[in-house]
Design a protein around this ligand. Structure first.
Ligand SMILES: [Zn+2]
Ligand SMILES: [Zn+2]
Length: 298
């Protein structure tokens, strides 16, 4: 079964013990930004967000496990990703490639890494390992558990979406963005208004579709989307609406909603216009980066 929106297999080590399993594709970055991702010393990378002395690993915002552990002990928070960090370019590129709407691709103003306590990552890794052992997906040239990056847009009710923001997260129960940063995703929050594929957590490869759901207070100039690790596993491709689902179809781990454009080639697109990935387990997803962007007028 085809799985759409796959990322290329990582070129770097991807053990569960790697820092947050951050990854990058060096060859893509070097091609796209030949002059910007090397510092004066000729090494790729930027200073670790904790010690600000050692160089962060190319696939992480930390220099090593000591700084990572220290950061995690502060509780969930945001750490600014420097524009010269390889991941900044990888994410910017992904955001641009995923922008399918007719509106101009927004300017990314800031990227924050979500620093979360180790137990959140443990739940995620345990689930990913479980799916991998069940489906043996690594042998199909995908990452363990068919892990993918997916976008999610939500409401930001605080000052994170301003230029003055230093990334301090708020405690307001109405701010969904900070809720996700603090606690990750919780299906229980989906309340009574379920989506077209039922009671799950909705993400997409299409950054512009996630942006449709990114709302903020009118006085804030910026908007935010979240880039997440998602254990897609074996995805069931579904075209029609199934609003009463509370779990994936038997034999599958997620739902991959097919855009109707693909189904009605040549005809008028109807229904769903962009891809969606829906997971039904809180541990199948973790927020990794918060991207602040300036929406541009059409
Ligand atoms: Zn460090
Ligand atoms: Zn907030």
């Amino acid at each position: 079964m085809p799985l759409f929106g796959q990322r290329p297999p990582a070129t770097q080590s991807d053990s569960s013990s790697s820092i947050f399993s951050f990854r990058s594709n060096k060859s893509t970055i070097n091609k796209a930004h030949p002059s910007t991702n090397q510092n004066a010393g000729g090494t790729i990378g930027q200073l670790c967000v904790v010690c600000m002395v050692s160089t962060a690993r190319p696939d992480s915002v930390f220099c090593g496990t000591t700084c990572m552990t220290r950061a995690q002990s502060f509780g969930p928070h945001l750490a600014a990703l420097q524009p010269t960090h390889p991941l900044y370019h990888t994410i910017t590129e992904l955001f641009g490639k995923g922008w399918s709407h007719d509106t101009p691709i927004p300017v990314i103003e800031k990227i924050y890494a979500v620093v979360a306590p180790e137990n959140r990552h443990n739940f995620y890794r345990t689930y990913r390992n479980y799916i991998e052992s069940k489906r043996k997906l690594k042998s199909k040239s995908v990452k363990p558990g068919n892990e993918q990056w997916r976008w999610h847009g939500t409401y930001c009710g605080c000052s994170i979406t301003t230029y003055e923001s230093r990334g301090a997260i708020c405690l307001a129960p109405t701010c969904s963005l900070c809720g996700i940063i603090r606690n990750s995703y919780d299906i229980a929050w989906s309340g009574r208004k379920w989506g077209r594929y039922g009671r799950g957590i909705y993400t997409t490869c299409t950054s512009s579709k996630a942006a449709d759901y990114s709302r903020t207070t009118p006085s804030n100039p910026l908007k935010a989307v979240i880039l997440n690790d998602v254990v897609v596993g074996k995805g069931a491709e579904i075209a029609g609406d199934m609003p009463n689902m509370t779990e994936p179809p038997s034999g599958y781990d997620s739902v991959l909603a097919i855009p109707s454009k693909r189904l009605h080639r040549g005809g008028a697109p109807r229904g769903l216009n962009y891809d969606e990935t829906v997971v039904y387990n809180n541990s199948a997803i973790r927020p990794m980066f918060i991207i602040l962007y300036l929406p541009l007028p059409a």
